[in-house]
Design a protein around this ligand. Sequence first.
Ligand code: NAD
Length: 254
Amino acid sequence: MTVVEQAADLLQKAKKVVFFTGAGISADSGIPTYREKLSGVWAGLDPRDLETARAFRENPSLVWGWYLWRRLRVAQAEPNAAHLAIPRMAHSLRQVSVITQNIDDFHERAGSSNVLHLHGSLAMPKCFACHRPAVVSPDQSAVPEDGALIEPPRCQRCNGRMRPAVVWYGEDLPPSSWKAAILLVKNCDLMVSVGTSGIVMPAAGLPDLALASGASVIHVNKADVAMGDQKELMLIGVAAEILPMLLEKISDGG
Ligand code: NAD
């Protein structure tokens, strides 16, 4: 059996499958991972330096502008074949769940329900001061050109600055999503980890947890990211080609 056939066989037999996704799954929708160079006022900056509470405190309009620009790019793009294949792998005998590190909404737009966003979402901002979500979503349609500085809107309750409701470096993951993710992973029999480098902790520990709980793990990535466990399979290639190929194989197999 080829590795793809072995992966299809695992999928075919699995009753509870968790897809664990990272920036690489959205790369084929035109949303860059953090390896690409930025331009405009962000040129020379590492996104990791923009995504901290300290960066927001020091330069709120730079950070708000960065997220507005990212939001625009996502709104103008479409889910790709990898996002679309995932809900189609669900079957009356196969439960499919999604845990994502991404802050875009491509999984939802592709038809996946109950998506757990470990790092928050671009959609709805919250207040930097009182932490409460926006009462109404502030107008985020006035989107900057590449590199513009935009002053964040104010909280309608306390007049603090609004910030995106994403998890910045140094912040905790939303406890309810994290708890739910751990439960799903401990109870799955197969994890398919797609387009994630496995660096950003604690999310990056989920494939290890799946293996420790007795599940198999299939990695789909342009690079070899396997950890050397016997219950791992590594499918090297782009997600938008590999996931539809797996879907086709399991659909052929009934
Ligand atoms: P990462 O940028 O560290 O790694 C991306 C991984 O995807 C790499 O291993 C790369 O080899 C792989 N990859 C790239 N293109 C691919 C493709 N077409 N098909 C398959 N694999 C591909 O991303 P990460 O592991 O998700 O962690 C970085 C953090 O960046 C996360 O917290 C995430 O929230 C954030 N991020 C999110 C988005 C988004 O929401 N779309 C975009 C950029 C970064």
